[in-house]
Write a protein that binds this ligand. Sequence first.
Ligand SMILES: Nc1ncnc2c1ncn2[C@@H]1O[C@H](COP(=O)(O)OP(=O)(O)OP(=O)(O)O)[C@@H](O)[C@H]1O
Ligand SMILES: [Mg+2]
Length: 220
Amino acid sequence: MAGEVNVLRGVDLTVEGGETVGVVGPSGSGKSTLLMVIAGLERATSGTVRVAGHDLSALDEDALARFRRGAVGIVFQSFHLVPTMTALENVAIPLELAGARDAFDLAAAELGAVGLAHRLSHYPGQLSGGEQQRVALARAFVARPKLLLADEPTGNLDQATGRAIVELLFDLHGRHGTTLLLVTHDPALAARCGRVVHVEDGRIAADARQEGGRVVPIRR
Ligand SMILES: Nc1ncnc2c1ncn2[C@@H]1O[C@H](COP(=O)(O)OP(=O)(O)OP(=O)(O)O)[C@@H](O)[C@H]1O
Ligand SMILES: [Mg+2]
């Protein structure tokens, strides 16, 4: 047991639907923890977390699981695909959990949208890192979540592959209007977002929108 560790302190953050937010800050500052709390994968010990109309602090475990399935998609640095399932099966998971009858057809279409129509029956171990992250993106977007959380999605990829994944991420955001929260150590990637939040020592140290090349601080 690690005991109680206060990672986030006094975080007050409101993100509008459809925004793209880059979350930056030193290693250990609490960026991943912030994402996990928003995803409903970690519970905040105090305070309120509202996502897409749900008050996460008021949900029991079952309701929280339903929230995660329906409202959020998550992409990690290390892909997190199920190794014993094909690309198609991995992408179909969220749809099957949601009870969709045509899960495999929808999953195949989504893999087509990320350029992997020819890799449906491959297992993660048979795919390159960039291809695995495409599968992860397809899985994250396939149920059309309101919010997409990405934790260093290009961290394990070479520059060119990472750039392609970023293009795809913003393309999917543009197509579906998904709100995007993106943790990154890459300043160029953060600069692609309409807003950049700096986390330091569990607090939001700076928060600014980028408007027509100008950086406009958000008062809090
Ligand atoms: N489950 C946990 N139990 C105890 N401490 C934790 C737990 N998860 C994270 N921490 C601590 O919280 C702090 C913030 O961790 P977090 O992973 O959120 O940082 P980060 O900003 O994502 O860092 P990085 O850029 O290295 O990924 C660290 O000091 C970490 O050790
Ligand atoms: Mg992290």
